[in-house]
Structures are given as C-alpha cells and as structure tokens.
Design a protein around this ligand. Structure first.
Ligand code: FES
Ligand code: FES
Length: 201
C-alpha cells in the first residue's frame, strides 16, 4: 500500500476489500448486475426438491433447493453468502470461483445437488476473524483491485493457485489464473499479489 495513505484511507480500503471479499453485498455498478424486478415465485414440485448438506467454511449447512439450483445460487440465495459473485453465470469469467474439497470450481456451472457432503470454501471463509488471509492483504498491498467485482473469485482462485504450486514464475501464475477475468485490467497487480503471497507462504 502506498505510504501516502493515511489511517482513514487504510481503514476504508480494508473495509472495502473485507466487505467485497466477505459478505458485503456491494452495490453493483453495471447494468448487467442491476436487480431484476421481483416476480411471483413459481412453486417447485416436491419431486424436484432436494435437501443438500454441505460443510461451508467449516460449518454444517443444510438447504432444501430445486434440483436445478446451481452451487452459486445455493451459496448466495439460500445460505446468505453473497461474497461469491455472479458475473457471466455461464462459466466464462471466474467471478464465482469457490473451492470444493480444495479444488477450484466455477460455482455457476455446477448443481448444488452434485456436492452432497462436500467441503466448500468461499471468500467468507478465508479470513480468521479480523485477520485477513495473507492473499487478501496482498491484494490491498498491491492494489490488486479496482471495482472489486472480480476480486473474491480472484482471491479464492489465487489461494488454490498457490496451494497447487503454480507460482514458479509470473508467466505460470498468469496461465493458471487465466480463468479469472478482470474487466478493470488489474492483472499485473493481481499477479504481483499472488507472487508475493506464494513467496511468503
Ligand atoms: Fe461463474 Fe462467470 S459467474 S464463471
Ligand atoms: Fe474490476 Fe476486476 S477489479 S473487474
């Protein structure tokens, strides 16, 4: 973080990142993400409902969902974990990246019912209380975000990238983070944050 930032600025940015990467429900800035008007819920026949049990961020969670519910919608709409973002909702941007049994998964592309009993880690599960995960802190230190919308997915993916050992060079980090797009173009700083965290791990 530049030394010219005063304490107020630091706290503001920390709050921003923690919120963006935890459970902030930040206002979305693009027309693509404006809330759609509420519509009457369509009743789901009982034979299309399933009870899904998962361990999410270390807690046992259970929800009854339509069998067609994606893991992303389960997290955001049923388990009150909005930190994982919905960008394209079709597997192209990586904003929805979570870890399922320690592997990176695009949560928009997989059904919740396919992960009975799985261990899921979302951005909300990385910090320890008030202490940010080292990669979250590195994103602040390196200004690895601008609007912040892609940031939860970038950080979760970066945590896995480091654990996988795909950090031997900036080129390798770029390759193994290539599924996470950033419309603000913060790539150079994102790679720097992952590189620093990997070196200190
Ligand atoms: Fe899942 Fe874009 S929202 S890949
Ligand atoms: Fe804006 Fe990545 S920081 S999309």
């Amino acid at each position: 973080m530049p030394e010219t930032f005063d304490e107020t600025t630091t706290l503001t940015r920390r709050t921003f990142v923690a919120g963006s990467t935890a459970a902030a429900g930040l206002p979305l800035l693009t027309p693509f993400h404006l809330p759609t008007p509420a519509s009457e819920p369509v009743p789901v026949p009982a034979d299309r409902l399933s009870t899904v049990r998962l361990t999410v961020n270390g807690e046992q969670r259970t929800a009854q969902v339509d069998n067609r519910t994606s893991l992303l919608d389960l997290l955001r709409e049923h388990l009150d974990l909005p930190g994982t973002k919905k960008g394209c909702d079709q597997g192209a941007c990586g904003a929805c990246t979570v870890l399922v049994d320690d592997r990176r998964v695009n949560a928009c592309l997989t059904l919740a019912v396919m992960h009975q009993g799985a261990r899921v880690t979302t951005i909300e599960g990385l910090a320890k209380g008030e202490q940010l995960h080292p990669l979250q802190q590195a994103f602040i230190d390196h200004d690895g975000l601008q609007c912040g919308y892609c940031t939860p997915g970038q950080i979760v993916s970066g945590v896995a990238c480091i654990a996988e050992g795909h950090t031997r060079s900036r080129e390798e980090i770029r390759e193994w983070m290539s599924g996470n797009l950033c419309r603000c173009g913060a790539y150079t700083n994102i790679v720097a944050a992952i590189e620093q965290t990997a070196k200190e791990a």
